[in-house]
Write a protein that binds this ligand. Sequence first.
Ligand code: GDP
Ligand code: MG
Length: 178
Amino acid sequence: MGCQEEESEEYLFKIVLIGDSAVGKSNLLSRFARNEFDNNSKTTIGVEFQTQVVEIDGKEVKAQIWDTAGQERFRAVTSAYYRGAVGALVVYDITRKSSFDSVQRWLDELSIHCDNSVARMLVGNKCDLENIRDVSVEEGKSLAEEGGLFFIETSALDSTNVQSAFEIVIQEIYNNLS
Ligand code: GDP
Ligand code: MG
């Protein structure tokens, strides 16, 4: 293993998850990194990240995905959280309009802390809850278009598009390198 590491280039991309409390950030990460879902919304303790290895163009890319420790409830995500990020998933809950209305504030905060070149994906999560949808696909799309973000709807519960959401961002970061 050591030999292989010496031969290949190393890519490490820091990606942050942002968005209102309870939109499903932690579950998106656990679904992506461990294929797990947790119904109990237990508060994460301490800043956490998980590293996931993805192969792009035959190269090994390490995606280091950061999850908040629940401090978004107090609007107090620290600059350390954003430092060095090259990608961001801005998450809202399609059943909760207020979380969609907060997206602009999260984007503003991101732009204060990160370079404009950061790859950004707008994520409408909980798309399994179609019967209680409160934000249309069109609303999501047009907000993303205005801000120049990618857009996707996901379900951490039934796994819809979770892999794609992360992989599109990782691919975009990779493309931005060259
Ligand atoms: P966070 O505060 O943004 O990290 O949100 P969590 O990941 O803790 O999720 C908040 C709540 O929403 C929990 O009760 C989860 O079980 C639930 N949840 C998260 N993702 C989904 C989803 O895709 N569909 C549904 N139905 N519930 C979800
Ligand atoms: Mg969380």
